[in-house]
Design a protein around this ligand. Sequence first.
Ligand code: NAD
Ligand code: TYD
Length: 359
Amino acid sequence: MRHVLVTGGAGFIGSNFVHYLLRTEQEVQVVNLDALTYAGSLENLKNLPDESRHIFIKGDITNRALVDQIFSEYKIDTVVHFAAESHVDRSILDPGVFVNTNVVGTFTLLEAARRAWLVDKLIPIDRVRFHHVSTDEVFGTLTREDPPFDEETAYAPRSPYAASKASSDHFVRAYGTTYGLPVSISNCSNNYGPRQFPEKLIPLMILNATTGKPLPVYGDGMQIRDWLYVDDHCEGIWKVVTEGRAGETYCIGGDNQPPNIEIVKLICDILDELQPDSLYTPHQQLITHVQDRPGHDRRYDIDIEKIHKELGWQPRWSLQKGMLDTIRWYLNNPDWVKAILEQSDYGAWVKKNYEGRKG
Ligand code: NAD
Ligand code: TYD
């Protein structure tokens, strides 16, 4: 039995990962440590494939005593670290919490792992792994002509979110080289899929469109992201944890890069087909260009050759299929949407982020 500490497992990707792991692996026990911030919810952990192999602990990754206790009590041999503040717009308005959770939190987990595995030697060193889930945003922005990011690309973060993730990546690598902690990192592009918090582009547009609200496209909408369906990311992470080499970084991406405006139009077109009688069809009438994000990265693109060649991973979902599945999920889960909006004070966020943006 493998004892996996998943941090941030009540958030978007973390909860999808917990579902994925319990569904695909029999010999795994999951200890899920999550502070249940605005972005985390127990709604995301309903109907797990096997409740008996899942232990949920509400707590903060910066709480060293708690993290130490979890390592020894549950004989943790694997960490998959998702917990983070994850939204660029929030990092612009309130950067301090990003430093605390993303940098200090990651440092706290690394220290606890070092103590448990290298000092107290609770688990043989050849059976442990600390995997850090990171983002392609640490690499900064690309021009139209630049080659895609890969594992050798120099770090050049531009938002407080990206800077905090870059810093945490550096700490993880430093613990690998300095102390010999068996670490790995994955830098992934933008995810989408079920259970994503509605502040992010795709769920925001789906939920605004179905309720007839404006679809706020930042600037000219020609910024480019690389989109990956969340289950593909979960599979890639587990491959890196179980088959990837310690000390290595792997880039993960969806191999498709439409501009934001095309993503928004795709959502509108799918909704037109699924809801032809909606008051808001054609949904593209709701598109509104609003003031751009400060320091907005123009283009991301990521090269997945290393993980493909070494570990045989590649995305399974096309953007069309992933988007259709995602939109259907949001339409079929109104109770989830209602609960998440109510418990997160979402209205206050919308006011704070969008009220000052002139159309
Ligand atoms: P999310 O915001 O949906 O979830 C974050 C989770 O972490 C929440 O459940 C929250 O309660 C928890 N958390 C926050 N602070 C905590 C703390 N101090 N202690 C314990 N738990 C805490 O984020 P997400 O989109 O699921 O992203 C997960 C990870 O993947 C992050 O590290 C992010 O940087 C990375 N990532 C995200 C994307 C993306 O497109 N969403 C892409 C690449 C990488
Ligand atoms: P987001 O989902 O916040 O992810 P990230 O900033 O981490 O890439 O945003 C994705 C893209 O969509 C990004 O270029 C910003 C843009 N965007 C909008 O145009 N309007 C919005 O209301 C939001 C939230 C994002």
